[in-house]
Design a protein around this ligand. Sequence first.
Ligand code: TUI
Length: 314
Amino acid sequence: MFHTEICDLLGIKYPIIQGGMAWVATAELAAAVSNGGGLGIIGAGNAPADMVRDRIRKAKSLTDKPFGVNIYFMSPFVDDVMKTVIEERVAVVTTGAGNPGKYIPSLKQAGIKVIPVIASVALAQRLEKIGVDALIAEGMECGGHIGEITTMALVPQVVDAVKIPVIAAGGIADGRGFIAALSLGAKGVQMGTRFICAKECTVHNNYKNAIIKAKDRSTVVTGKPTGHPVRVLKNKLSHQFEILESRRADIKDLEALGTGRLRAAVVEGDVENGSVMAGQIAGMINDIKPAAEIIKELMNEAKQVLDSISNIPE
Ligand code: TUI
């Protein structure tokens, strides 16, 4: 059940992809998700190519299942990371925070499946023409760098505009969200925040606990004036952003305030002065469990949701 064309495209059991979160999506997490039947993704973030190569080799040592690498387009190392994923013959590349158009022919030539994250219909259509395999339509409920449109509004508009399969992301963490995404025409889901609270995720425990403590209104969007809005959990840092933004501070000062803060939260566990990127769904996440269990429970719940919907009297 729920075996969609995404499963065939990627050679995976369940149409569930893990978000390629910078600093968070390590080889350990990616391998655990792939071993659990989904598609694990290593987040290249701003890491140099050699570090990405080490993570790819580590993931290969932890799983014999396919996994992918997410390439972040604001990284200064994009060109070298592209060369590395081609040399290492990773199965799948997802991309974020930019237009991957010019790299697509060489990735495809290397036999790599290319699945860009997009937040608009226009970019979806452009990338379909260039020959990407599928698209991840990411709504602004997600954590980290966000677009402007919600998942509920974005996914069906992208589905109607392209012929290739669409994967829904943003605000999905359980079987209800999975069925909702399929109802909107998606052929699978990507989840980030839910997998931060996987046992195998190597983020500092303070980060996981901050997500578990979060409620529905615990996130806020900072950095809008920089043109790169980012959804984070509210804390001392987000409050500082709000103050600077209300004073119409220089973009340079806002950028300086954000520098190194994701690492501070993920690695050092500074969840007050660090950038704790998380989606609006954080309020629904109450436990830490193995990635394989997250996936299995989600699939079981999806079946129950489908049953309960079909039992609603006409
Ligand atoms: O990339 C993400 N989310 C991210 S990346 C990230 S790392 C970071 N670290 C420190 C500060 C800020 C970020 C955290 N979260 N999501 C994928 C995504 N991509 N969402 C939206 C887009 C997107 C936006 C514009 C994709 C393409 C695009 O194209 C613009 C164009 O050139 O047409």
